[in-house]
Design a protein around this ligand. Structure first.
Ligand code: CAA
Length: 294
């Protein structure tokens, strides 16, 4: 299998910008593609902000940060991905959109390149099957923030060759990540366990077991979690959480994966969590405050 030198990342959002940054940090050349200049500038801006913070904190020299940034080329054209050795998609969690994107990218990127999806929950095989390289297609599931979280779930779908899977594992290890291989089942390992937990926290809130702040404070102090479950839901993005629920509910038909009414209401209001400024909390001042509208 050809050596990976250049990595294409599709989507510069919450996950894509982080995947691009960690890849460039590990020395890979990165082509980061977004739909338009506005989204691209925002994604690149996030990387630049993280790099400035890292320089301020003395974790990286300015010259190192400049070199890392220099390895990331932003684009709005699929054509720029043609010579990539590995393309990782991190676009919105919407299967028809992903399929449309892969059909187009598959025609452009060199035939021996590897393709990976960062999907949080969608079965990998559905995406692999619309390309002409299903044996070189696998899942690489990063966690938010990708710059910090150690894990990458590497997902083998029924068509993935052992050789391609090994290349995926080796790539994630080159990024300094811990890899865990999982089967191609909706939610893989982490979301299979984490999503029902966040949904149960929402149900506990609906049942009046505790307030938003109390539920979060309890899990932080009582179970040593870095964030409470409702803060985490806002952090993951309520739109993403809602999409994951729908996929998992559709797959397993179990109540524990169903969207609780409060989540539906927040989504209907366009409150997607931290990224949109409002979710279970409002993010206006120094510290988040519980959303009084819920
Ligand atoms: N990018 C880069 N670095 C970041 C960062 C970001 N977005 N956010 C935080 N960091 C770094 C900080 O710079 C800091 O580094 P130093 O210690 O070297 O200074 C370090 O992480 C700790 O950050 P903070 O001190 O600001 O805050 P914290 O200690 O509260 O940690 C956190 C922040 C790492 C996000 C922590 O709260 C945490 O681990 N939360 C849980 C995150 C989690 O569970 N993620 C998985 C979500 S599920 C998912 O992603 C899968 C899916 O499919 C939905």
């Amino acid at each position: 299998m050809a050596q990976i030198k250049t990595v294409g990342v599709l989507g510069a959002g919450l996950m894509g910008h982080g995947i691009a940054q960690v890849s460039a940090d590990a020395g890979f050349e990165v082509v980061l593609r977004e739909v338009d200049e506005e989204h691209l500038t925002k994604g690149l801006g996030r990387i630049e902000k993280q790099l400035s913070r890292a320089v301020e904190k003395g974790r990286i020299e300015q010259s190192g940060a400049d070199a890392l940034r220099g390895r990331i080329a932003g684009t709005t054209q699929y054509g720029e991905l043609a010579d990539c050795d590995l393309v990782i998609e991190a676009i919105t969690e919407n299967l028809p959109l992903k399929l449309e994107m892969w059909r187009e990218v598959d025609e452009i990127v060199k035939p021996d390149a590897l393709f990976a999806t960062n999907t949080s929950s969608l079965p990998v095989i559905n995406q692999a099957a619309v390309t002409n390289r299903a044996e070189r297609f696998f899942g690489l599931h990063f966690f938010n923030p990708a710059q910090v979280m150690k894990l990458v779930e590497v997902v083998k779908c029924v068509t993935t060759s052992d050789e391609a899977l090994a290349a995926g594992v080796a790539f994630a290890k080159q990024l300094g990540k811990l890899t865990v291989q999982t089967k191609d089942k909706a939610g893989f390992i982490v979301n299979r366990l984490l999503v029902p937990y966040m949904l149960d926290a929402i149900r506990a809130y609906e049942e009046g077991v505790g307030s938003i702040e109390e539920i979060d404070a309890a899990m932080k102090a009582g179970a040593a979690h870095p964030m409470g479950p409702l803060t985490l839901a806002d952090f993951v993005g309520l739109d993403t959480l809602g999409s994951i629920c729908d996929v998992m509910f559709d797959e397993f038909r179990e109540r524990r994966f169903a969207q609780p009414p409060t989540l539906r209401k927040l989504l209907a209001a366009g409150w997607y969590g931290k990224k949109s400024g409002k979710g279970f909390y409002e993010y206006r001042g120094e510290e988040p405050v519980a959303n009084p509208g819920i």
